[in-house]
Design a protein around this ligand. Structure first.
Ligand SMILES: Nc1ncnc2c1ncn2[C@@H]1O[C@H](COP(=O)(O)OP(=O)(O)OP(=O)(O)O)[C@@H](O)[C@H]1O
Ligand SMILES: [Mg+2]
Length: 361
C-alpha cells in the first residue's frame, strides 16, 4: 500500500508531455543536446510500416495490435527491451498511433513516490497508452502499485495519515502500459510477468541501417550517394540513432568543406573529423578497450573499476558501450569481470598476449 499522504497525489512531479521532449531523460551519450533531439524527433518513423528492420518484433507487434483492434479492446501490456537508440521510444509512439490512442509519457526516474504513479493512473482515459521509459528504475512501492493496476485495473488511493489512513480502491478504465528498458534483467519477475508481450530489439544489420539512412536523407533533403550510405551504415554500431547522427555530421562536412553532396569521400572525411573509426567505435568504446588492454592487461576487471578508469558511470559503460563491444567479439563477460578478446588487441594495434590466446583462442 502506498505510504504517501493524499496531497502527494496532487504533487506535480509527473512528467507527462511530448515524448520527444522526454528523451532528455533516457540513457544517451552526453553529446545529445537540444537541437540534436529535435533533429532526432523529425526523423522518427510514425507508423509501423515505416519502421525499418526488426522484422520479428514488428510482425509480432502488428498481430497483437490488429487482434486487439478487431476485438475493440485495449491490447496487452507491451515491454520493449534493448540497447539505447534501437527504437523503443519510437515503437511506443507507433503503438499509440496505430491504435489511434493518445499517449501519456513518464519514466521510472520521474516517479519518486507511489502516489505520483497513482495520480497518473487515475487520470488515464479508456484505451490510452501509458509509456513508462526506463521502467527498471521505478521505485519498489510504485512497482507494486503498477502490478495491481496492470492486472486488475485498480489503484488503491490512500486517504488520511498514520493509523487512521484507509485505502479506497479506485477502478481504472482499460489501458495499455508500454514499458521500455535497456536492462530487462533488472525488472523483477512479477512486473515482467504482467506484460503480455515482450519485444527484444537487437542491433540492426548494415543493409537495414542503409535503409534508415536513405529514408532520413530523403526527409532532410540531402543527396546521399549509395557508397556513402553503406560507409556510414557500417560505422553506426548497428544503431539507427547513431546512423542518423553520423548522417547529420557528414551533411555538415559536405556543406562546409565539400560541395553539399554526401559522397563516399565526404563520409570518410567527416567521420575522421569526428573520430569514428572503421568499425564504428567512438571515443568511449576505444577508451574502454584501451583501459582493458593497456591498464588492466586484458582483464578480467570489474565493471565499476572499468567505468572509473574511463571516467563514466557503470550504467553508461554497461548499457551504451558494452553491448556492441560484446556483440563484435571485442570484449567478453566472465564471472570474474570483463576481458579483452584477441580482436580488441588487434584493433588497438597491440600484440595479442599468449594468455588471452589460450583462454579464448
Ligand atoms: N526501425 C527504425 N527505423 C527508422 N528509424 C529508426 C528506427 N529505430 C530508431 N530509429 C531512429 O533512431 C532514433 C532513436 O530511436 P529511439 O529514440 O526510439 O531509441 P530508444 O530505443 O528509445 O533509445 P533509448 O534507450 O536511448 O531511449 C529515432 O529518432 C529514430 O529516428
Ligand atoms: Mg527512448
Amino acid at each position: 500500500m502506498p505510504e504517501d499522504a493524499p496531497d502527494d497525489l496532487l504533487g506535480g512531479r509527473i512528467e507527462v508531455g511530448e515524448p520527444d521532449a522526454f528523451d532528455a531523460g533516457s540513457v544517451v551519450r552526453p553529446a545529445a543536446d537540444e537541437p540534436e533531439r529535435a533533429a532526432e524527433a523529425a526523423l522518427r518513423p510514425r507508423r509501423l510500416e515505416e519502421f525499418v528492420g526488426q522484422r520479428v518484433v514488428r510482425d509480432q507487434l502488428s498481430l497483437v495490435l490488429e487482434a486487439a483492434m478487431a476485438r475493440g479492446r485495449a491490447p496487452d501490456h507491451v515491454l520493449l527491451s534493448g540497447p539505447p537508440g534501437l527504437g523503443k521510444t519510437t515503437l511506443a509512439m507507433i503503438i499509440a498511433a496505430e491504435l489511434g490512442a493518445s499517449l501519456r509519457v513518464t519514466s521510472g526516474p520521474a516517479i519518486q513516490h507511489a502516489g505520483d504513479l497513482a495520480a497518473v493512473l487515475s487520470s488515464l482515459d479508456e484505451g490510452e497508452v501509458l509509456f513508462i521509459d526506463e521502467i527498471h528504475r521505478l521505485a519498489r512501492p510504485a512497482e507494486e502499485l503498477l502490478y495491481v493496476a496492470m492486472e486488475d485495473f485498480r489503484v488503491d488511493v490512500v486517504v488520511g495519515k498514520g493509523a487512521g489512513a484507509s485505502a479506497i480502491p479506485l477502478s481504472l478504465p482499460p489501458f495499455t502500459v508500454v514499458g521500455a528498458t535497456t536492462r530487462a534483467g533488472l525488472l523483477p519477475a512479477p512486473l515482467r510477468d504482467r506484460f503480455g508481450f515482450t519485444g527484444h530489439l537487437d542491433f540492426y544489420a548494415d543493409d537495414e541501417l542503409e535503409r534508415v539512412l536513405v529514408r532520413s536523407a530523403g526527409l532532410l533533403g540531402v543527396p546521399l550517394d549509395a557508397a556513402a550510405a553503406s560507409e556510414i551504415a557500417s560505422r553506426s554500431r548497428g544503431t539507427p540513432r547513431i546512423a542518423n547522427r553520423l548522417l547529420r555530421r557528414v551533411r555538415d562536412w559536405a556543406q562546409v568543406r565539400g560541395d553539399g553532396r554526401l559522397s563516399l569521400d565526404a563520409a570518410r572525411s567527416a567521420l575522421a573529423v569526428y573520430e569514428v573509426d572503421e568499425r564504428g567505435l567512438d571515443r568511449l568504446d576505444r577508451a574502454v578497450l584501451d583501459a582493458l588492454c593497456r591498464r588492466f592487461g586484458g582483464g578480467p576487471v570489474g565493471l565499476t573499476t572499468l567505468a572509473v578508469a574511463v571516467g563514466e558511470e557503470p550504467e553508461t559503460v554497461e548499457t551504451v558501450a558494452e553491448p556492441f563491444l560484446v556483440r563484435e567479439g571485442l570484449v567478453g563477460r566472465t564471472p570474474r569481470g570483463r576481458v579483452a578478446l584477441p580482436p580488441a588487441w588487434e584493433h588497438l594495434g597491440l600484440a595479442v598476449p599468449a594468455a588471452s590466446d589460450t583462454l579464448f583462442g
